[in-house]
Design a protein around this ligand. Sequence first.
Ligand SMILES: [Zn+2]
Length: 313
Amino acid sequence: MNESLIKSIAACPACKGSLEVGPQLTCAACGLEFPVVDGIPILINEANSIFSIEDFKQGRPTTYGSPLKGWKRLVSKFIPSINLNLGSDQNYKDFFERLRAKRSRPRVLILGGAIEGQGLDLEPIADQFEFVETDVSFGPRTGIICDAHDLPFNSESFDGVIAQAVLEHVLDPFRCVEEMERVLVSNGLVYAETPFMQQVHMGRFDFLRFSHLGHRRLFRRFTEVSSGAIGGPAMTLAWTYSYFLRGLFVNKTLQKAAFAFGNLTSFYLKYLDPLLKERPGTYDSASAYYFMGTKDGKTLDDRELIMNYKGTF
Ligand SMILES: [Zn+2]
């Protein structure tokens, strides 16, 4: 546990009171107690979360299923992916450059940061930034367990916040973005990637999708730096086809075999996506969208929002 970080920016997830550091963390204001498991603070407001502190204490699996083992893992290596990322690496480069231009050693909160997201390569820039990686599961990079609905940090603690493939997995994304905005400094930068045309993944922990404008509305209290497709319409087609085949079967093994067959016979579609990235149709049918924006005190008017439609209708 990074004690100086906890003392400087961490707060009670329930009442935002300050935390007293001991064998566990105790809220000085409301008295709630939060355990520290293997050096990782579990800062969950149980009154407003689908996760329970006890599960983390007992090491029960929360969001992740168990990784594939044995021959299943071997087979999965030979099945080409139907996903093609359209430029998270470039977006992150831009994001980090903008933060570096604002101040030295910016502090960045990474939600869903148990593992490094697509296009993120943190090691080479680890000395230039202070990364705080949170998640609702233990992973190689999890620093703090917390739920994005109740971020356990003081207001204006971060220069940047990243939420890559997170907001589809929360029950109240508007609340989560409000929290992201709260913990950002004025002129802080947000970056999010969220699916639009995708079937359910991560099983029971998958709730919502956003169109390009719906995603923009979610971040209406930010001024846009950039936005667009991060997974294209050909990826949408491959997912739909593979999930259709999977859904024809009741037997779990047949479901997996049908899905693998789907991937094997549609993976090549994704190579169309770079050509389609900027097309109007992509604003109606992309697999996922990204948004980068600045917290500058301005709110996008809803009438102005709908003027930003770029699709085919
Ligand atoms: Zn409290």
